[in-house]
Design a protein around this ligand. Structure first.
Ligand code: SF4
Length: 307
């Protein structure tokens, strides 16, 4: 870390304390941003934490749908985004028309929307899920109802095959996770035979099949905390290594691919966070008519998974 970064971090910490701003960050954020955050989590934990926070101003260091979820769950609070252009190509690939078409063809169908979706899409969904609770959510839905699982076909495939439940998946995926190939993983495993392979369920099912553990970022983190092993191959975005090393600084972490870096997540910088908290910009809002519907899908997820 540079002197410039540590000065910026000190200024951010002082400024957020003076203004009572609470910073929540995703595990895929840059190391230095994780270090100044009040809370670090996956998208599920971020949503719940924003809702439960006492602070009236919350800065979300993550992509746009994460800030939108916080705005939906925290009416009356000010939600700040340090970089409104940070978005998710997979989330943006699904449109409300895709949902309306499914509902027309399946009037008794249920739409399960991965939290990686725009607010408008959530408003047309029956329930949200994240990678940490998708399996539980799907298992709780009535077996006779057709399911449209949007927008990640890999998460849909991995979860539905585990539960032996067929779903209609929207044909999209995360470009960072979906780019990982089975051949790359086989080679990594051959090069590091002692390492456990930890895979995020946004990866292709052919990659997931090879895993020693499959789970969300929070699940992967928890696995590494309790495992007696000293070496892990990580098949998710590179930012998670910082969070793992906070608890297990001695372990060796081998990235499944050097390409697993999300440019949108990494577009948020300390400079942008400082500007955001000094100027209280950019405030994220969701139109009330969308928010009132989208909150039902998010609250339904929290209700089903909080016990
Ligand atoms: S890692 Fe993938 S799913 Fe997450 S924000 Fe980046 S592109 Fe979207």
């Amino acid at each position: 870390m540079t002197v410039h970064d540590s000065n910026l971090m000190e200024t951010i910490i002082r400024c957020k304390q003076e203004k009572g701003i609470y910073i929540i960050a995703h595990y895929y954020q840059r190391d230095e941003i994780q270090d100044i955050a009040d809370f670090i989590g996956d998208s599920y934990a971020m949503a719940v934490n924003a809702r439960n926070s006492d602070s009236n101003i919350i800065l979300v260091a993550g992509v746009d749908f994460m800030a939108e979820s916080a705005a939906i769950l925290c009416p009356g609070k000010t939600i700040l985004s340090p970089e409104p252009a940070a978005t998710c190509p997979m989330a943006n690939s699904i449109k409300t028309e895709d949902i309306l078409r499914f509902k027309e063809e399946h009037p008794d169908g249920l739409v399960v929307s991965y939290v990686n979706t725009p607010a408008e899409v959530k408003a047309y969904s029956d329930i949200c899920c994240t990678s940490s609770n998708a399996e539980k959510i799907l298992s709780l839905l009535p077996a006779e109802r057709p399911i449209f699982f949007i927008p990640d076909q890999n998460l849909a495939g991995n979860v539905s095959s585990k539960l032996a439940r067929s779903v209609t998946a929207f044909p999209s995926s995360c470009p960072i996770h979906a780019a990982l190939t089975r051949e790359e993983i086989i080679k990594k495993k051959q090069d590091h035979p002692e390492a456990a392979l930890l895979v995020h369920p946004e990866c292709d099912p052919a990659v997931v099949e090879l895993a020693d553990y499959v789970g969300s970022t929070a699940g992967i983190l928890s696995y590494t905390r309790t495992s007696p092993l000293q070496e892990f191959i990580i098949a998710t975005e590179s930012g998670i290594r910082h969070a793992i090393w906070q608890y297990r600084p001695e372990v060796r972490l081998i990235m499944a691919s050097d390409e697993m870096i999300c440019p949108n997540m990494k577009s948020i910088t300390l400079e942008k966070i400082l500007y955001s908290i000094e100027n209280l910009e950019t405030v994220v809002t969701v139109p009330e008519e969308i928010s009132k519907k989208a909150v039902l899908a998010l609250e339904k997820m929290i209700e089903l998974t909080s016990n």
